[in-house]
Every structure is written in C-alpha cells, then in structure tokens.
Design a protein around this ligand. Structure first.
Ligand SMILES: Nc1ncnc2c1ncn2[C@@H]1O[C@H](COP(=O)(O)OP(=O)(O)O)[C@@H](O)[C@H]1O
Ligand SMILES: Cc1ncsc1CCOP(=O)(O)O
Ligand SMILES: [Mg+2]
Length: 262
C-alpha cells in the first residue's frame, strides 16, 4: 500500500483553523525539548503550557484544548502526574496525544506506554522503530532514534490504529498517517531535521494542537505533519547547518501560509 499524498489545500484549511483557534496545548514532555516545543507551538500560532505537578496536571488538562504526553524522560513521579492528567482529560473530552519516545528498548516506559494505550489516545506520533515496538512487532530503535524506514512501519501503524482507535502518524523521510483504514502520506522536509533535537517531539505537540480542531482528525493530524515538513524544507534552504536551522525553522513556521502548503 502506498497512500496518496495529502492535498495541500486540506493542510491550508487546517492551518487557517489552527490560527483562528490558537489551541492551548498542555504539554507534559521531556526535559530535552521543553523550550523548543513551546517555541514551535507559538511560532505556528498555538499556545503552550507546561504543567507537570500531579494535582495541577489533572486540574489543567480539562482547561486546555489538548494534552501531549511525551515519555522521553519519564520518571515514576511523572508517570503518576501523566495518568492523572489523562484521566481528567478523558472526563472532559479533551483529546490527548502520545509520543512514545524510545519505546521498546526500555522496560519502564514500554510498560507505561502499553498501560496508557488503553486510555483512548486521540493520536499517536512516533518514528518507525517506536511505532513498530508499540504495535508489538520489534524491540525498539537506537535510543530515541529509529533504525527503520517509515514505510516499513506502515503495517504496524495500521494495526496500532485499529487496536487503539487513535490516528497514528509514523514519521521519517516520508510521513504516513492512518486511522487504520485510510492513510495519507506527507513528503518534504530533509535529513537536517534529524540533526537537531526535538523536531519529532515538537511535531507531536503540533499534532495535539490539531487534534483539538474541528473536522476530520485524520486530515488534521496529517496536516500537522505537512506543516513541519514544509517549514523544515524552507528552513533547510535558508540555513547552513543545525545551528542556523533552528531560528530559520521557527521563522518558517511563523510565515507558513496556504501558498507554500499548496
Ligand atoms: N530523512 C528525512 N527526510 C526528511 N524529513 C525527515 C527525515 N527524517 C525525519 N524527518 C522529519 O523530521 C521530523 C521528526 O521525525 P522523526 O525523526 O521521524 O521523529 P523523532 O525525532 O521522534 O525520531 C518529522 O517532521 C519528519 O518528517
Ligand atoms: C535526546 C532525548 N533523550 C530523551 S528524550 C530526547 C529528545 C528526543 O527528541 P526527538 O524524538 O524529537 O528526536
Ligand atoms: Mg521522538
């Protein structure tokens, strides 16, 4: 199966909605990418808030438009806070998104990810190794990085979407996004996006923002992938390496428009 490319006009309409709503995203994410994630959300037109104390997390997720659960630097204490936030989000119908960083290779986070998979994530965004491990097919990648191509993980993504009811996005040179039945592919970006930390984690935050928007959740999640691909490609053209990529990427997200997406 080779899914069709997401039409640019669909992504353009989701970008319009995103900027109208400016979704407030409750980010429970890892220590490495906090600031980059917040800046990516702000640049594209959403609003971040990082709330991690267990009592506050459960109070805040119903107030937010969407919740991001990223297990990159999971600890026991954080897992308690994340569970509380997910339960409160579910009670208030706030969509929540899982980024299963480095699942498969390490037992504590793998067990935790399997537990919360039962709590109805709206979407799951990971690299190929993470999606394959979460679907029970392999043992994981190389730390936080994938050792597999995204296309190899498409069957695992379909299976995971069917198992959980979530929209599953598996990213890499090309991204694939599925609801278990239909799928979009998203092209663009470039390898330099893997030479700065946090592009995947920040994408998951944008996915969360888009899950709170009206319309097809499949189209919304695929559009989030398209925003990052498009801005990544423009930033690579405007930069000399990882150092100059980051500001160029934030500028490209800020300037992103329908014309570039179409
Ligand atoms: N080889 C590549 N060519 C183009 N884009 C890429 C490539 N690898 C990753 N990306 C893009 O970089 C971002 C992060 O994806 P990925 O590296 O798969 O996630 P993670 O950082 O979680 O491992 C996504 O927007 C993805 O499309
Ligand atoms: C390096 C690292 N270590 C734990 S979490 C993390 C960040 C991973 O970021 P990304 O998945 O976006 O590459
Ligand atoms: Mg990742």
């Amino acid at each position: 199966m080779q899914p069709d490319l997401l039409p640019g006009h669909l992504a353009a309409s989701v970008l319009h909605n995103l900027r109208q709503v400016s979704p407030l995203v409750h980010c429970m994410t890892n220590d490495v990418v906090q600031s980059f994630t917040a800046n990516v959300l702000l640049a594209i037109g959403a609003a971040p808030a990082m709330v991690i104390e267990p009592e506050e997390a459960a109070q805040f997720s119903p107030i937010a438009c969407a919740l991001l659960i990223n297990i990159g630097t999971l600890t026991s204490e954080r897992s308690v806070a994340m569970l509380a936030a997910i339960h409160a989000a579910n009670q208030s119908s706030t969509p929540w998104v899982l980024d299963p960083v480095a699942v498969g290779g390490l037992d504590f986070r793998t067990q935790f990810a399997r537990t919360i998979l039962e709590l109805k994530p709206a979407a799951i965004r990971g690299n190929a190794s993470e999606i394959m491990a979460l679907a029970g097919e392999t043992g994981g990648g190389r730390g936080v990085d994938s050792t597999e191509e995204a296309l190899c993980a498409l069957p695992a993504a379909l299976k995971l979407a069917q198992m959980t009811g979530a929209i599953v996005a598996v990213t890499g040179e090309e991204d694939y996004v599925t609801d278990g039945e239909n799928a979009w592919s998203v092209a663009g970006g470039g390898a330099l996006m893997t030479r700065v930390v946090g592009t995947g984690c920040a994408l998951s935050a944008v996915v969360a923002a888009c899950c709170s928007l009206p319309g097809s959740r499949l189209d919304n999640v695929a559009s989030a992938c398209q925003f990052m691909k498009c801005a990544g490609e423009q930033a690579i053209a405007a930069s000399r390496g990882p150092g100059s990529f980051i500001p160029a990427f934030l500028d490209a997200l800020y300037a992103l428009n329908a014309e570039a997406l179409i």
